[in-house]
Design a binder for this molecule. Structure first.
Ligand code: PLP
Length: 389
């Protein structure tokens, strides 16, 4: 393999959120990866640093070219050049959408368990979270369309935040599911925010379907949030964008992003993304293979050594969703216990609401040797927990 994902990179003492933890602890929680960014990105940033001047930055046409070509070749979807607006992150874009596209007191619908920061963007601005919980049959999640429609039909529901692919359950929504969501949202006058930040982290051979590519209805009633930050591990560079085919929606969002002051790039945000989307494909494919092999190792380990924990089958993201319901119905306690007894730091499922209290989330974007250490800690921690229970 031309890229060495086995290399252990020291992240302590680098002001890393993930690694700013106690000595001996092992963090597999927040969604960033322990791999260095692709060499082409490092090179682009080195060149930028060599220039030595870090003044204000514009968004050039080359940035749009890179993005449009990537979506066309990777995802067979044509993004409109005029539809793209730079923003400093997907969370800032979602907060702007909540403020600009809804009123105080409105309902914003999410499909829980789901990325926890959606709740902040909604509740911090005085809107209500309405959960249409995903149905769980003990092995897989699906959409309860009856429940979804009932909640979209509530008079105060004006916005839905879709997560595609879905964090934390790792599902890629099908064309039929997306079309149905699009039709229901139009019928009930609900705008869709499609957060597609994990779209390039599908398992090898799996493709995601952009919401806006499904139908004109979907395209014209949505804001799609996109970024290179998850797939290329550059979240700290604060570089993302939205794609909005509908002119009226785009105008509102453009005004909102500008007045929230989240529409201007820092000195590294553009060069890194151009490098990623023009030259990063080979690295990304190698990474996807490595993550899949880590995922397979976890599946085998759990089956062999820890059958009380069930891994939810997923098709995307490096975040694994572990069903611990045979052990506990309160994984917050279990998460703290594992951290205290073994140093293994996973995310507690209750943060994602829905039935998350039965789950732990594990970030497997790390060298396999680190993952092996984590799995040994998990096994030891669960054994101790069961003894003490
Ligand atoms: C679904 C989802 N959206 C957004 C983000 C964060 O996006 P940003 O760092 O661009 O604000 C994450 C990070 O894990 C995520 O999982």
């Amino acid at each position: 393999m031309p890229f060495n994902f086995d290399q252990i990179n020291e992240r302590r003492q680098t002001h890393s959120l993930k690694w700013d933890i106690g000595e001996g602890e092992l963090p597999l929680w927040v969604a960033d990866m322990d791999f260095k960014a692709a060499p082409v990105i490092q090179k682009a940033l080195e060149n930028r640093v060599k220039n030595g001047i870090f003044g204000y930055t514009v968004v050039p046409e080359a940035w749009k070219d890179a993005i449009i070509n990537w979506w066309e070749t990777r995802h067979q979807h044509t993004l409109g050049r005029e539809d793209l607006i730079f923003c400093t992150g997907i969370v800032p874009a979602i907060s702007t959408a909540v403020k600009r596209l809804t009123n105080v007191g409105d309902n914003v619908l999410v499909q829980s368990p789901v990325y926890n920061i959606f709740f902040n963007s909604i509740e911090n601005h005085g809107r209500h979270v309405v959960e249409s919980e995903l149905s769980y049959d003990g092995t897989a999640y699906s959409i309860d369309f009856e429940d979804l429609e009932a909640k979209l039909a509530l008079p105060l529901t004006t916005l839905m935040i879709l997560c595609n692919p879905h964090n934390p359950v790792g599902k890629i929504w099908s064309r039929e599911e997306l079309a149905k969501i699009g039709d229901l949202c139009l019928k009930h006058h609900v705008t869709v925010i499609s957060d597609e930040i994990h779209c390039d982290l599908t398992d090898p051979g799996q493709a995601y379907i952009p919401f806006a590519s499904v139908s004109d209805v979907c395209a014209q009633n949505s804001v799609t949030c996109l970024s290179a930050s998850k797939a290329f591990n550059i979240a700290g560079l604060q570089s993302a964008f939205v794609s909005i085919p509908n002119e009226a929606l785009r105008f509102k969002m453009e005004r909102g992003l500008n007045s929230d002051e989240v529409a201007e790039p820092n000195a590294f945000a553009i060069d890194a993304v151009i490098a990623a989307f023009t030259e990063g494909g080979e690295w990304l494919d190698a990474l996807r293979g490595y993550i899949k092999s880590n995922k397979d190792s976890v599946a085998e380990f759990l089956e062999r050594e820890l059958p009380s924990i069930r891994l939810i089958h997923s098709q995307a993201t490096y975040l694994l969703w572990l069903d611990c319901s045979r052990i506990t119905s309160d994984t917050t306690v279990l998460q703290h216990y594992l951290r205290e007894k073994t140093g293994l730091y996973l995310s507690e499922g209750s943060e994602y609401r829905g039935n998350g209290n039965l789950f732990l989330r594990m970030n497997i974007a790390c060298p396999t040797a680190v993952l092996d250490d984590a799995l040994r800690r998990l096994k030891r921690g669960i054994a101790l927990y069961e003894q003490e229970k």
